[in-house]
Design a protein around this ligand. Sequence first.
Ligand SMILES: [Cu+2]
Ligand SMILES: [Zn+2]
Length: 190
Amino acid sequence: MSLFPTVSGQWGWMLPPAYTCIERPVQAVCHMVPNPNYQVGNIQGLVVFTQRITCFGHYALQVKVSVTGLPSDGNWTYHGFHVHESGDMSRGCESMGPHFNPYRTQHGSPADPANRRHVGALGNMVKDPFGNMQGAIFDNLASLVGPTSILHRGVVLHEGQDDLGRGGNEESLRTGNSGRRLACCYIQPL
Ligand SMILES: [Cu+2]
Ligand SMILES: [Zn+2]
């Protein structure tokens, strides 16, 4: 016996298809590799994206990051961490293009409203004095479904700190002055 009784005739159009309302967690992974165009340190890492998709919409995207082997001067440092437009790593991290920016807005902080940040602007990740990075981000704009989906795009970890659009120059509103690309990866749906 099926969940919905069979209704035929003039009322058949009222039945929802059985798959319209399935609650599910969606996941994606990204295996960080050093930028072949700029090899510093001995970088390895993993980014895991998890999001609950429900019948009524979706929850914030959880981004878990763990990276080791970053070059370190022995201090805690901030590093720009973004989703870039393309998943293309054929010419290293540089071929991943600019920040993922479907709404054609200026660069900003993940706390800024959607019209004043890039969808890919996930802000900064903190590196410890030993060259390790461990942490989680929740983001309300970047998603694994819909128009702001980051699937098949790229994650780039930068050498410098993202000024979150507050740097007072033109580059700040484009890239956050995060500097060179240390490592990157392709966002692969699980
Ligand atoms: Cu970036
Ligand atoms: Zn940006």
